[in-house]
Design a protein around this ligand. Structure first.
Ligand SMILES: [Zn+2]
Ligand SMILES: [Zn+2]
Length: 437
């Protein structure tokens, strides 16, 4: 995985660039139009790596945008969440800010998923050690300069999708009264989803207000005391399930957990990501679960049962774990930044060759980006109608297995010559782990 070994092959770059141009030439009127189109700032990342980003561009019509796209076939295409009087003005202050959609980004890059232990790789730039999963400091030299290779699989994309569903049905609709019609969702073309709320009232929110909203959704800075958790004379008091918002969510989740099988409860409470209870405490918790359910059902006094070993510390740990279980894994800086550019729907993601695919809220349950049955929603646009394969040479030390359209390719290692279908070839080339031969 050393940098000098991995050379980006110019002819492959030109090849991908041409394919992207062909894609944009082919779709013309099918590219979705974001609302207030002409008030958005556009940005492009070209294939030429010397150029970071071309931004401060605007288009008066879809036709103008399409001409640009099929002439240039950029690697990545973005537009602003914000509306501006002069989106093309080079100076942020001169653009004339007119409000910004609320954008929530959920990306498997930003949170732990068990499958990363199988398909993400790291390589220490200091000492050369490498391994699977993710690390923050090198276990060998204790430095933290890494090169990483992150991959995708149905499992992490499913986890990200479920976070979007939680976001809509546990927060946006019940707590903020957002209309389903104002919500737009898109698969990012790589490891996650973004959700946009297009609503006049929401557009005026300041960055600080967006931060508060993001913290609320993520379950950050939630005060258990303010919600009603307290210790008085040796008795612990819980939250009222009648108080909508976090108190109700915590009680509902608690009941849901108490109704699980003992084995499931044990698994959950021992996870170090959220609860991390020792076996003794888990045992006494499970022994008291019926008692716990009875106190919730039978009394309106909000008393918590006495569970052996459960003092203020363990109760706090339990409810904090519940809060993390409920909170949505959002990438907060994206929500706060009112000048952020986000991927344009219908454009191609240059690291995968997949389409940024818009989906309606009622389509998301069944949506499966790596094996989508509904043609209109399929982000894998380079799957050829006729069975064609391409020969590639693997450039990266190790390439994790890729499962797309129900078929598994790899894992591969450096120097291997592989023959794969067109869409897998494009994916591996975009990922820069292979070259055509
Ligand atoms: Zn190291
Ligand atoms: Zn995964």
């Amino acid at each position: 995985m050393k940098k000098d070994i991995k050379k980006v092959i110019m002819s492959d770059i030109r090849y991908l660039n041409r394919l992207f141009k062909d894609y944009y030439r082919g779709i013309r009127k099918d590219l979705p139009l974001v609302n207030s189109f002409s008030k958005r700032e556009f940005g492009f990342i070209p294939w030429d790596k010397q150029i970071r980003m071309i931004r401060h561009i605007s288009f008066s019509s879809r036709e103008n945008l399409m001409t640009n796209l099929f002439n240039n076939g950029p690697r990545h295409v973005y537009s602003s969440g914000a509306l501006y009087q002069q989106p093309e003005n080079q100076n942020m202050d001169g653009k004339g800010f007119k409000g910004c959609d609320l954008i929530i980004d959920i990306d498997a890059d930003h949170f732990y998923t068990p499958c990363k232990e199988d398909h993400d790789l790291w390589y220490c730039k200091e000492c050369g050690k490498s391994g699977q999963g993710t690390v923050t400091i090198c276990p060998s030299c204790k430095k933290s300069k890494f090169k990483t290779l992150t991959w995708i699989c149905e499992e992490c994309l499913d986890i990200a999708k479920n976070e979007i569903i939680k976001l809509i049905h546990d927060f946006l609709i019940p707590d903020f009264g957002i209309d389903l019609n104002d919500i737009r969702i898109a698969f990012s073309g790589h490891r996650g989803y973004h959700l946009k709320i297009e609503n006049e009232r929401i557009r005026t929110l300041s960055s600080d207000e967006r931060r508060e909203l993001a913290d609320y959704i993520a379950g950050e800075n939630i005060s258990l005391e303010i919600l009603g958790f307290q210790a008085k004379g040796g008795t612990f008091y819980r939250f009222s399930e009648d108080t909508i918002g976090w108190a109700q969510k915590i009680m509902r989740k608690t009941v849901e957990i108490l109704n699980k099988q003992d084995k499931e409860i044990k698994n959950l409470l021992s996870t170090n990501q959220k609860f991390n209870f020792s076996n003794n405490y888990i045992k006494s918790f499970i022994n008291s679960k019926q008692d716990f359910l009875n106190t919730i059902k039978e009394t309106k006094r909000f008393i918590l049962p006495s569970i052996e070993g459960f003092g203020i510390t363990n109760w706090n740990k339990f409810f904090t774990g519940i809060v993390h279980e409920i909170g949505v894994e959002i990438d907060t800086p994206v929500t706060i930044d009112i000048h952020r550019l986000i991927r344009y729907p219908g454009s191609l993601h240059g690291k995968t060759g997949f389409k940024v695919q818009e989906i309606l809220p009622d389509e998301i349950d069944d949506f499966n980006p790596l094996d989508e049955r509904i043609k209109r929603l399929d982000p894998i646009i380079f799957e050829s109608k006729v069975q064609t394969t391409q020969k590639l040479e693997i450039l990266e030390e190790q390439v994790p297995a890729t499962k797309i359209k129900g078929e598994k390719f790899g894992p591969y290692s450096k120097g291997e010559i592989v023959e794969v279908p067109h869409h897998i070839a494009i994916f591996l080339l975009c990922k820069e782990v292979a070259k055509t031969i």
